[in-house]
Design a protein around this ligand. Structure first.
Ligand SMILES: NC(=O)c1ccc[n+]([C@@H]2O[C@H](COP(=O)([O-])OP(=O)(O)OC[C@H]3O[C@@H](n4cnc5c(N)ncnc54)[C@H](O)[C@@H]3O)[C@@H](O)[C@H]2O)c1
Ligand SMILES: [Zn+2]
Ligand SMILES: [Zn+2]
Length: 395
């Protein structure tokens, strides 16, 4: 089959690789019809290289048709239409039982000290082959795939794999009352979707912050108050101006470690990229080379007693956190990988009825898998209006 394979920093290619096979009685093999490109894939493309091996297949936002099932699979059958969550979660352990699927005890990567395995996401998360491919092996066939109805196009359901539950969790953790205020840092797919869900939940004032014109325009067209970082000297003051001088009740950081803004950290990032992998891996884990710019602005702008909900992915250890400010302002911090199955029962019925979040117009690019290498480059550089790219293997 064809798959998108990591070869090195900013070097991904579509290669011929062996087809996946059933290895356990509860495995299923899915023929992928649509599969997303995520901001998290950009971390693999750029800074997380030390945790990848040449030949790794990327991708964690797939859906498709069940092709083959193992002898122990009773809940899906060949021909069923399914979405695959990005967490590899068993659905039956104590963590999954409390709705913490991203901490699944069956798939935790204990030798790395990590939570549940993820599709297509580095040694830290189990080196599980990913879903930017013609076919995907999916374990836990009775509990992991999400069955979706025939009828609507793939775009109606594909974002159930990651974007929708991630944004839903970000808004749930932000915990803003109806009528309250929420600022969202970063208007990539996750931030943009968080603004749509917040408005759906009745949050009165939703503020979106980014520096890419078409991302700002997209959010503004959906009724979000947008602030262009490039035109703002004092972001906190600009946000307070429109939140009664107090700051928003909550801030969602949907940026993560690719944040723009700190030249020193950028330099450190480049430096790490030049080091041999074993040294670079240590630097990433212990050295603290993250770009915490977005998180620092969240801490600064949130109102006293407010909540910061982090969905952007961070790594590293040694970045200084302004503990005095966090403590004095009485800020609550909530974060983590999305627990996809935890939110499916809330989201899927809405998608079955209609399209309240505009998912059918959400992707800006639908491309054959063959064009994935160019798409990574385009998405990273935010060229050609690329906000969300989905691939359609087999087209
Ligand atoms: N928690 C989860 O389960 C989960 C799931 C999916 C993605 N993520 C993470 O969420 C983050 C966003 O993902 P995405 O797909 O939307 O990515 P993206 O890279 O498309 O979006 C990030 C946006 O942030 C903007 N930005 C950069 N610096 C900024 C700053 N200082 N202030 C405000 N905006 C800034 C960028 O212009 C960009 O539009 C990534 O870190 C990704 O890894 C987390
Ligand atoms: Zn993703
Ligand atoms: Zn589990």
């Amino acid at each position: 089959m064809k798959a998108l394979v990591w070869h090195g920093k900013r070097d991904v290619r579509v290669d011929d690789v062996p087809d996946p096979t059933i290895q356990e009685p509860t495995d299923v093999v899915v023929r992928i019809t649509t599969t997303g490109l995520c901001g998290s894939d950009l971390h693999l493309y750029e800074v997380l290289g030390p945790f990848l091996d040449e030949g790794d297949i990327l991708g964690h936002e797939p859906m498709g048709i069940v092709e083959e099932v193992g002898s122990g699979v009773t809940e899906v059958k060949p021909g069923d239409r399914v979405v695959i969550p990005f967490n590899v979660s068993c659905g039956t352990c104590a963590m999954c039982g409390t709705g913490l699927h991203s901490q699944c005890e069956t798939t935790q990567v204990r030798e790395q000290g990590s939570g549940a395995s993820l599709f297509g996401y580095t040694r830290l998360y189990g080196s599980v082959p990913g879903g930017q491919a013609d076919y995907l092996r999916v374990p836990f066939g009775n509990t992991l795939p999400v069955k979706v109805p025939e009828g609507p196009p793939d775009d109606r359901f594909v974002f159930l794999s990651d974007v929708l539950p991630t944004a839903w969790q970000a808004v749930a953790y932000a915990d803003v009352d109806r009528g309250g205020s929420l600022a969202v840092l970063g208007l990539g797919p996750i931030g943009d979707m968080s603004t749509r869900i917040a408005r759906h939940h009745g949050v009165e004032k939703v503020i979106g912050i980014d520096l890419v014109p078409e991302r700002l325009e997209r959010a503004a067209a959906n009724g979000v108050d947008v602030i262009d970082l490039r035109a703002t000297d004092d972001l906190t003051a600009a946000v307070r101006d429109i939140t009664d001088g107090r700051g928003p009740d909550a801030v969602i950081d949907a940026v993560g470690m690719e944040a723009h803004g700190s030249p020193v950290a950028k330099f450190a990032h480049q430096l790490v990229g030049l080091l041999p992998d074993s040294v670079a891996e240590k630097m990433m884990q212990k050295g603290g080379v993250d770009r915490l710019n977005a998180l620092y602005s969240a801490i600064d702008m949130v109102r006293r007693g407010g909540t910061i909900s982090l969905s952007g992915v961070y790594g590293g250890m040694a970045d200084p956190m302004p503990m005095l400010t966090l403590f004095d302002k009485q800020v609550q911090l909530r974060m983590g990988q999305a627990n996809v199955h935890r939110w499916v029962p809330d989201i899927l019925p809405l998608l079955e009825e209609g399209d309240p979040f505009g998912v059918e117009g959400f992707a800006t690019h639908r491309l054959p898998l063959e064009q994935a290498p160019q798409a990574y480059d385009m998405f990273q550089k935010k060229r050609d209006g690329a906000v969300k790219v989905v691939f359609q293997p087999g087209t």
